[in-house]
Design a protein around this ligand. Sequence first.
Ligand SMILES: Cc1ncc(COP(=O)(O)O)c(C=O)c1O
Length: 450
Amino acid sequence: MATSKALPVTRRYADPDSMAARLFRQAQAVMPGGNSRTTVYMAPHPPYAAEGQGCWIVDVDGDRRLDLLNNYTALIHGHAHPAITAAASARLARGSSFPLPTPEEVELASLLVERLPAVEQVRFTNSGSEAVMMAIKAARGFTGRWKIAKFEGAYHGSYDYAEVSLSSTPDNWGSLAEPASVAYSRGTPPSVLEDVVVLPFNRPELAARRIEREAGALAAVIVDPVPNRAGLMPANREFLESLRAVTAAHGILLIFDEVISFRIGYHGAQGHFGIRPDLTTLGKIIGGGFPVGAVGGSAAVMAVFDPTGGKPAVPHGGTFNANPVTMAAGLASMRLMDRVAFDRLAELGAKLRDGLTACFKDGGVAGSVTGVGSLFKVHPSDRALSDYRSSRQEPEEAARLDRIVRFLLDHGVLLSTTGLGCLSTPIGDAEIEGFLEVFARCLQEERSGA
Ligand SMILES: Cc1ncc(COP(=O)(O)O)c(C=O)c1O
């Protein structure tokens, strides 16, 4: 796929005298490591965003990149979509938050209930992490049990219980049948590790056996049907069916973490796979680009939050829950995402994944691509991928992926340092083809040792 056309070079941020370098030096004095979000750090410093329009971001040094990350999958319409900007601005002009509920929260809750088969009632939070935290508390409140089970390597936000075994390694991860509970942050209480059971992903028999052994204490099993950090390999339907059956048999709640996977279709991952979880956590796309989260589920389970009869089983406060600006932006964003829009993104996603796979093949170098719908992830190996253990990179593979992502960053494309990417509705064939050209060139240079 050789081409003689010069690629755009977007490296001004890397200059020691760049605006980004100066901002980072300033940031280091007032923020630990100059950073307020571990995910967005890159050495020696990241570019700083100035503005975004559609699928493009311009950084403070004036370089423009195709945004294939969309704030880690949150921006399904890219940047500054006119309808979302208008809805948020109009709401903002009438007040940004109140010590009272607003009509917008009822409207967005209604839309989510209509679209998600397993969601009858909803409560809003300010982030996906909080949504997961409240889902876990709801499950405990409903069942009267205290343990939760999660899958090895799966990310569910910044919450002690949800972080267990997020980055376990061959020397501490234990057997596949009984993965060890490994702390992610230093200082994690031993009681947290005792109360989180770790399960192998996409292994129905092994997971069911462990769930059955722990059933008496288990309040919930939480699963992301398309777990990004564990490789972005979609769950097998049989695996999800087995989880549904074993949890139901033992009175354990099944939580679907759809903070990212609601992106894959009009009815979310639960519609895509045809499974009805008891609780669903949401975030990202439902806020139209503003901070958001939500937990939803059957009316029977969600009743743990109901304050109408006095103190609920699980009280849930939050100064900015269901913030009306977020709700207005979220409504505008979700209304634009009709079935046609989801189908179009899924088609473009398939085209992009096929294109990347062809780049690896044509380039004669190792690499593979996972994902579904508008989501994709680049892997720097040819290994068969099925779960966290198989997709975990060796140091030299991680270094290679880092080189690929940096090449893209320096040639007009923004992708996650983990190889994750996603589409937004302003992206079309021309942008995908442009990206594939840059990607092919990257592999070509890699092969020729440039
Ligand atoms: C599956 C999943 N759950 C939960 C979260 C946490 O969401 P937030 O970053 O809004 O706290 C994320 C964030 O990426 C996620 O991917």
